[in-house]
Design a protein around this ligand. Structure first.
Ligand code: SAM
Ligand code: DTB
Ligand code: SF4
Length: 339
């Protein structure tokens, strides 16, 4: 096996912009499976080699999340604490005041975060919500941070409105394979997710799209999910890989956890299939050892969420993350994609 040369650099069958940039969006599931099944050392060596060709391997981007509207969501996502369909015990709240959001973003910036992600527990934003979210984007941009929002489904006009406000990224995950999707969510379908991604892309907003592993899916589903992402017309600029945080009261409260080495393989595969995307080690880090996180960084993860809360669930304390960075010789990334 020739370890260092990736398909991404050698194969030339992608669409025109991808050919010229050396990226591919014509991966087959069989190719992805073959990579996933490589001996662990070969897989990680390939992933790290590709990672080094595109990124500083010792820089990790720090993003901060804020739930701007918590709970009461009409969707039935089986993993989520915020769905009205589950008894997670979460108290729902209204959309936060714009000034409060900007004050929180300022604190995050002062603590070192360069990207601010605002999430709302909505199926989609209502027309009456748009004025406030537009003001939030403008206010956070004015602090000099990159902005990201995740508000559920967007139509074309809403995507344009957010784009004009200066939104840099929109997070909208496909979450799992098309095959497994109906096991996890019944109130929308896989095609709905792809439609929002198209609307966001057409409006000129960068795409943040990934999924969750550890929801009882097969390895094949995880690989199919990554293949779908890698075969979008353009790769998402950010690819969050979430490890399920099992929430009591949700249907996935007792899901079988994914084996740590299988999780690392998924991170490595994401890096190989989407060489220039920022791969984010997202939810679930509190349940990971330092050694598992170190392997994920070696496999090509180069972004994390910082701060002791994600949207509703816990995340490692800032001190623990800074100590891990010190032990691994990692530095925060100043501006995405550069050192
Ligand atoms: N309501 C919007 C939506 O679903 O698009 C935005 C917020 S939603 C909470 C954002 C993402 O968080 C989900 O797509 C899912 O990938 C991730 N997520 C939610 N709950 C999770 C959990 N318990 N464990 C891991 N990831 C989770
Ligand atoms: C993503 O993929 N992960 C983040 C972000 N996008 C919005 C959310 C993780 C949520 C974890 C569960 C919670 O905090 O409720
Ligand atoms: Fe609602 Fe998003 Fe949670 Fe699904 S993941 S229930 S859409 S907040």
């Amino acid at each position: 096996m020739t370890p260092a040369t990736s398909h991404a650099e050698t194969a030339g069958a992608g669409k025109s912009s991808f050919i010229s940039s050396g990226l591919r969006n014509d991966w087959t599931v069989a190719e992805a499976l073959a990579l996933y099944a490589l001996p662990f050392n070969d897989l990680l060596f390939r992933a790290q080699t590709i990672h080094r060709a595109h990124f500083d391997p010792n820089r990790v981007q720090l993003s901060r999340l804020l739930s701007i509207k918590t709970g009461g969501c009409p969707e039935d996502c089986a993993y989520c604490s915020q769905s009205v369909h589950h008894e997670s015990g979460l108290t729902a709240s209204k959309l936060m005041e714009v000034e409060h959001v900007i004050a929180e973003a300022r604190k995050a910036r002062d603590a070192g975060a360069t990207r601010y992600c605002m999430g709302a527990a909505w199926r989609n934003p209502k027309p009456r919500d748009m004025e406030a979210v537009v003001a939030m984007v403008k206010g956070v941009k004015a602090l000099g941070m990159e902005t990201c929002m995740t508000l559920g489904m967007l139509d074309r006009a809403q995507s344009e409105q957010l784009s004009h406000a200066g939104l840099d990224y929109y997070n909208h995950n496909i979450d799992t394979s098309e095959r497994y999707y109906g096991e996890i969510i019944t109130t929308r379908n896989f095609a709905d997710r792809l439609e929002t991604l198209e609307n966001v892309r057409a409006a000129g907003i960068k795409v943040c799209c990934g999924g969750i592993v550890g929801m009882g899916e097969e390895a094949d589903d995880r690989i199919a999910m990554l293949t779908t992402l890698a075969n979008l017309p353009e790769h998402p600029e950010s690819v969050p890989i979430n490890m399920l945080i099992p929430i009591p009261g949700t249907p996935l409260a007792d899901a079988e956890p994914i084996a740590p080495l299988d999780f690392v393989r998924i991170v490595a595969l994401a890096r190989i299939l989407m060489p220039r995307s920022v791969v984010r080690l997202s939810a679930g880090r509190t349940a990971m050892t330092d050694e598992m996180q170190a392997l994920c960084f070696f496999a090509g993860a180069n972004s994390i969420f910082v701060g002791d809360t994600l949207l509703t669930a816990s995340n490692p304390e800032a001190d623990r993350d800074m100590e891990l960075f010190r032990r691994l010789g990692l530095q925060p990334m100043e501006v995405e994609g550069t050192s």
